[in-house]
Write a new protein. Structure first.
Length: 263
């Protein structure tokens, strides 16, 4: 686990709570966008130039973060098509803000990040930052020749991390930058996806199960959704996904819920 330090016993306790919440919420965002890219949308990597499936378009998605039926934060995910080193691709950016009362104090938590996903070569690098008050953890990584190289900065300390990466690993699913082709799921089907988790800087596996179809009221409109349960490292969440692959609701551990909202 990436270290995240406090300055006192009380501060350390608060920091541990902040980190637990950050990991839970960021992990929930991972799952939501993992499902959008992995299960319901066509493969983005290894496509021919003429394949219309890689018709990246700019998007701007907002979700509210709720706890005990009260909104406590927001998540904004943006995709921006572009070109780097002569190759087309898309930049995916994440910006989330959360405010909670912990140990009698009001605490702000910000999670930001971005990743570049090229049409043919896949994920080339990403940046991730978790900030609460004076505490900050940053991860900057590049991926090339089957090796992920990252620098982790936390609590005033810096240390490098290297991981061998398989070609079919679904890298940084929180950013929707996965390269694995997963077919549409049928009721009861279980699908296993190798993933890389930037919160723990480790390889792990996501177990996805299509468990139900449910009507859901979204911004005043009743729509049909597919409910997919996802388990990563023993942590479970559920996501409600439309036929077009849009995640409109996600439930995470610790009682947090993400709901689609207007900007």
């Amino acid at each position: 686990m990436i270290p995240f330090y406090g300055n006192s016993s009380r501060g350390a306790s608060r920091t541990l709570i902040v980190v637990a919440i950050a990991i839970t919420l960021f992990w929930g965002m991972m799952v939501a966008l993992l499902l959008r890219r992995e299960v319901f949308l066509p493969r983005l990597a290894s496509l021919s130039v003429t394949n219309p499936a890689f018709s990246a378009v700019a998007s701007d998605t907002w979700m509210g973060i709720y706890f005990e039926n009260r909104q406590v934060g927001t998540v904004n995910v943006r995709t921006t098509p572009g070109t780097r080193n002569g190759e087309e691709g898309v930049t995916v950016s994440l910006n989330s803000h959360l405010r909670l009362n912990m140990l009698g104090e009001s605490n702000d938590l910000n999670v930001t990040g971005n990743a570049w996903f090229a049409r043919l070569s896949g994920l080339a690098g990403f940046y991730f930052e978790l900030r609460s008050g004076e505490h900050k953890t940053e991860v900057t990584a590049t991926i090339a020749d089957g090796l992920l190289k990252a620098d982790v900065n936390s609590g005033g300390e810096r240390f490098p991390v290297e991981w061998p990466i398989k070609d079919n690993v679904a890298l940084w699913n929180s950013m929707g930058t996965s390269t694995l082709n997963v077919p549409a799921m049928t009721m009861g089907q279980v699908y296993l996806v190798d993933t890389f988790d930037p919160m723990t800087m480790s390889l792990t596996q996501a177990r996805m199960t299509f468990i139900a179809e449910e009507p859901l009221l979204v911004e005043g409109k009743l729509i049909t959704t597919r409910v997919v349960s996802t388990d990563i490292s023993g942590i479970n969440s559920k996501a409600w996904v439309t036929d077009t692959g849009e995640v409109v609701k996600a439930e995470t551990p610790l009682g947090f819920t993400l709901l689609r909202m207007s900007a």
